[in-house]
Design a protein around this ligand. Structure first.
Ligand code: ITT
Length: 202
């Protein structure tokens, strides 16, 4: 008999994030069925991504009767902008965009940047909240390049693939090295470990 997969909701209004994560679930044997839930998330202004992710999660916990997760991500230009825009990434992208970011650093020869992602999971069978994280280091491109992805992808060059921006990579190539890809792999490892221990001690 075919085993019934349990439901796992990813609560996000960002369809690009959902496409990236659902692609990973499609490629791997995951003991859960992933669904997007687009609820109104309250995003507080805080100093770190973990605080924002936990606040998002707790603000909707009562509304969902299944396991679910939220993700908060940010783009940090460590050199020369001391981590800006970081927790302000969404606002900065909407206001000055990639062109504005490039003009902020145009007089500098070198740069260091990273994407970070925090996933906060509410795991119903244990009634527990767990945090998973991922980051990817790289630098800023001197021009906007590529057609895939979203947000700051066209100006970020990862150290692992120094000739290309994230927007010049296919979704599987970005997922293999990205902040979101790493964080979700950590979540998947957790789900698999739990499944194994349940099979051992039914
Ligand atoms: P949620 O509904 O999941 O909160 P959001 O779009 O508001 O979606 P975040 O607050 O987590 O997402 O992300 C902040 C911004 O950081 C986002 O709007 C992008 O501009 C940028 N960003 C995050 N992840 C990115 C990625 O993988 N590639 C490019 N830009 C990214």
């Amino acid at each position: 008999m075919k085993e019934e997969k349990s439901l796992l909701y990813f609560v996000t209004g960002n369809k690009n994030k959902f496409s990236e994560i659902s692609q990973i679930f499609k490629n791997r044997q995951i003991p859960c069925k992933l669904k997007q839930l687009d609820l109104d998330l309250i995003e507080i202004q805080a100093e770190n991504l973990e605080e924002i992710a936990l606040f998002k999660l707790n603000s909707i916990k009562k509304e969902i009767n299944e396991s679910f997760f939220v993700e908060d991500a940010g783009f940090f230009v460590d050199d020369p902008l001391n981590g800006f825009p970081g927790v302000y990434s969404s606002y900065v992208f909407k206001t000055i965009g990639n062109e504005g970011m490039l003009s902020l650093i145009k007089d500098y020869e070198t740069s260091k940047a990273q994407f970070r992602a925090i996933i906060a999971l509410y795991y119903k069978p244990l009634d527990k909240i767990l945090i998973f994280q991922g980051n990817v280091q790289g630098k800023i491109s001197n021009k906007i390049r590529g057609t895939h992805g979203f947000g700051f992808d066209p100006i970020f060059i990862p150290n692992e693939i120094p000739g290309k921006t994230f927007s010049e990579l296919l979704i599987d190539e970005k997922n293999a090295i990205s902040h979101r890809g790493i964080a979700i792999e950590n979540l998947i490892d957790f789900l698999k470990k739990i499944k194994k221990s349940v099979e051992k001690f039914p």
